[in-house]
Design a protein around this ligand. Structure first.
Ligand SMILES: *[C@@H]1O[C@H](CO)[C@@H](O)[C@H](O)[C@H]1NC(C)=O
Ligand SMILES: *[C@@H]1O[C@H](CO)[C@@H](O)[C@H](O)[C@H]1NC(C)=O
Ligand SMILES: *[C@@H]1O[C@H](CO)[C@@H](O)[C@H](O)[C@H]1NC(C)=O
Ligand SMILES: *[C@@H]1O[C@H](CO)[C@@H](O)[C@H](O)[C@H]1NC(C)=O
Ligand SMILES: *[C@@H]1O[C@H](CO)[C@@H](O)[C@H](O)[C@H]1NC(C)=O
Ligand SMILES: [Zn+2]
Length: 673
């Protein structure tokens, strides 16, 4: 990576020691002058974004400078390669913004944190809102401050691609899904004879496979907010942030924003769009399509942004999703979880949405109307509990209406995805559509080390992909639709043998229990594909016939809390670690009483496994499929899709809409033609 920043030598030594490490003053800003978007960022021609400059004056700590007084007379220019630099205001024809000032603090390392001695920084800043670069090429932004110091940012505007090669995109995200998990799911759901699979996953049949690197902008381990944001916008961000570059100000909504794929698609082509998730719909992966915040936990606000757009800064927006299906009733039922306590079922209904609370209502919803479907509180129960251990459902307090009791008549990822495609195809018409469909609990159940539940949801994703291809074919739109299946990050999961769960349970002590694990020649063959005597699972092809065979997979994560392992499927979802007797740290739970104790590898305040560094696979079929082979950054996924959709533009292209809802104009809608 090119190091483009320069700073007075005396500062450089102390800065590199402190700022670039795990505790960061501002991860994207090793100098005292910050340019956001920072060095090494890419842009789609015509993609809208905000720019922020910050001048930091550390008051104390190892970087203390200028008595904590930030330079308020900083200047900034931008130059396209070989051309004369212009001031930012002149180049973007933007008025000179007002100066903003604030103070923040941070810890330089664990010792400072233990001693509760934060370093305090005073800041002067300016933000240029809603600009765009239209000409492909290399740009240099130069920030000058403190009488001679400079920070440079090199930006690349990607090649122009205005030709629309795919009319529609269906983008599947298996949250946390790795190649190792796909391999394990295949073993559970598909039978081998003498080493040869007799059937394959739908993913196995994709013509093109690539790998993407999931790093955040300022850390090498990512979370689902910033990785989704990278996939949707072509701009990396920080943990917990989406649709923004994180600044240091106290306001979580004023961080410089970047335009997302659905905002672009709506502005440039007027296409329809939708999101489906087995998580709560305000969770990072679905909400990052429209979310602009550095705090992913602001769920209520984020649902409002999905419907109405960003409220307090001029920003490009859609007229709301055309199909929006998942869990998360907490943000819709009037009360503490919803934005300003409002009834978001009513807010959506007022904008012309049909509202469904169960599968029957979902399937009956009209295809020519915008549709909201919220089927439970929190995440949807996983495939295994919806299909095998159905008695678990009745114990839940997750009715989406706000009434007491469980949610009943739940759809799965497949039901929601196929219905969304019908609606989007109808409403998008000639203008096409974009659908994101997330299998969220691959990640959520990997976090709790509940491998069978995670792999069940992976098989559900695969089943959904298979059914989607069939659906698109039936609708006559398969050949004009790009299908991409990928993940946002991984977990360090793999299978290393089988375990005789009966023998394991029968052993008295922890060390003897481990001799139940069969490695190499004792790993044997998958028993998941053999029908279990006396039990009728009846979940069809491509799923296990027996979910809890005596010889189970022996599997584990590289990053885990203390837990008890029995290598078997629990009747209830797994809770690996519990708060210890001293009330502070997590110790192994007792929910697998026959298992042996495994000491964790994580800090003892982690109750679950965590994400890992691995690259994740990406599968593609349809128009532009050939561009998805190879190994590349997660941001490239956005540029590949955006190019295929012809979203880059050499001028401000904003299609005429009849008006946004609430604008006082006619309601935006696709009239069936
Ligand atoms: C910096 O100053 C603040 C008070 O303004 C103090 O609380 C903090 O401990 C100081 N930090 C260091 C590293 O000295
Ligand atoms: C593009 O045009 C729209 C509609 O006129 C306007 O609101 C927006 O600010 C423009 N964007 C830029 C980057 O100039
Ligand atoms: C911006 O809007 C959000 C809600 O969308 C709100 O929570 C926040 O306080 C607003 N910020 C300002 C500075 O008005
Ligand atoms: C499904 O929701 C509808 C209202 O949208 C309701 O009338 C019906 O009773 C619900 N069905 C079940 C099985 O909960
Ligand atoms: C787990 O670690 C503790 C010390 O933290 C040790 O006392 C115990 O023996 C270990 N247990 C196993 C099964 O390794
Ligand atoms: Zn996760």
């Amino acid at each position: 990576m090119v190091k483009a920043n320069s700073v007075a030598l005396c500062l450089a030594a102390s800065l590199s020691a402190a700022s670039a490490q795990t505790f960061q003053r501002l991860g994207t800003c090793p100098d005292l002058g910050c340019v956001l978007p920072p060095d090494q960022q890419d842009f789609l021609p015509g993609q809208e974004f905000d720019i922020r400059f910050e001048i930091h004056a550390p008051k104390n700590g190892s970087e203390a400078f200028n008595n904590g007084v930030p330079d308020e007379k900083f200047t900034a220019t931008i130059a396209k390669d070989g051309q004369k630099p212009k001031s930012i205001a002149e180049f973007f024809k933007h008025s000179e913004p007002a100066l903003e000032k604030w103070t923040f603090s941070w810890f330089e390392d664990l010792f400072a944190e233990d001693a509760n001695k934060p370093s305090v920084v005073n800041v002067a800043s300016k933000a240029f809102r809603r600009v765009a670069l239209y000409e492909p090429g290399e740009y240099t932004v130069t920030l000058k401050y403190y009488d001679g110091q400079t920070t440079k940012a090199h930006w690349t505007v990607r090649p122009l691609a205005t030709k629309k090669k795919a009319k529609n995109v269906v983008f599947f995200i298996g949250d946390g899904m790795t190649t190792n998990m796909i391999t394990a799911a295949r073993l559970l759901g598909h039978k081998t004879v003498n080493g040869r699979y007799q059937s394959l996953l739908a993913l196995d049949e994709f013509p093109v496979l690539g790998h993407q690197m999931s790093h955040s902008i300022d850390t090498f381990i990512t979370d689902s907010a910033n990785s989704a944001s990278a996939l949707y916008s072509g701009h990396k961000s920080s943990v917990n942030a989406m649709g923004v570059y994180v600044d240091s100000s106290p306001d979580t909504h004023d961080d410089p924003k970047v335009e997302t794929i659905v905002e672009l698609l709506y502005r440039v082509w007027g296409s329809a769009w939708g999101a489906v998730s087995t998580a709560f719909i305000a969770d990072a992966t679905p909400i990052a399509l429209t979310g602009h915040t550095r705090r992913r936990s602001e769920y209520g606000v984020l649902i409002d942004q999905a419907l109405h757009g960003v409220s307090n800064y001029s920003w490009t927006r859609t007229a709301g999703p055309d199909a929006y299906f998942g869990g998360g009733a907490e943000q819709f039922i009037p009360g503490s979880g919803s934005y300003q306590g409002k009834d978001y079922y009513a807010e959506f209904a007022n904008e012309g949405y049909s509202v469904s609370w169960n599968k029957t209502a979902l399937l009956a919803a009209p295809n020519d109307q915008k549709a909201l479907g919220i089927f439970c509180r929190s995440n949807l129960p996983v495939w295994l509990d919806r299909n095998i251990y159905t008695d678990n459902l009745a114990t839940l307090e997750n009715n989406p209406s706000g009434a007491k009791g469980p949610a009943t008549d739940l759809p799965g990822q497949k039901d929601m995805t196929l219905k969304a495609i019908e609606i989007l195809n109808k409403r998008g018409g000639d203008k096409g559509f974009f659908l994101m469909s997330e299998a969220a609990s691959i990640d959520k159940q990997m976090h709790t080390l509940d491998y069978e539940r995670a792999l069940g949801d992976l098989l559900e994703l695969d089943d959904t992909v298979r059914a989607t291809i069939k659906k698109l074919e039936d609708l006559g739109i398969l050949e004009e639709t790009l299908i991409v299946v990928t993940a946002d990050h991984g977990h360090g999961f793999d299978v290393f043998g089988s375990a005789d769960t009966k023998y394991l349970r029968a052993q008295e002590d922890d060390r003897s229990k481990r001799s139940a694990v069969g490695v190499y020649e004792r790993s044997g063959l998958s028993q998941y594909t053999q029908p279990k005597e006396g039990v009728q699972y009846g979940t069809g092809a491509n799923f296990p016939l027996n979910w809890d065979p005596r010889y189970a997979i022996a599997a584990g994560l590289g990053a885990n809390p203390d837990h008890r392992e029995d290598y078997g499927l629990g009747h209830k979802p797994r809770v690996p670690a519990a708060v210890g007797a001293n009330g502070e740290v997590y110790v192994e739970n007792t929910d697998r009483p026959g298992g042996f104790v495994v000491n964790g590898t994580l800090p003892t305040d982690e109750a679950q496994g965590v994400h890992s560094l691995t690259d994740v696979p990406i599968f593609a079929r349809g128009p532009c499929q050939e561009t998805f082979g190879g190994t590349y950054s997660n941001i490239d996924v956005f540029y590949k899709i955006a190019s295929c959709l012809g979203l880059g533009h050499p001028h401000n292209k904003t299609v005429e809409h009849p008006g946004h809802p609430g604008d006082g104009h006619a309601r935006y809608s696709y009239l069936p033609t």
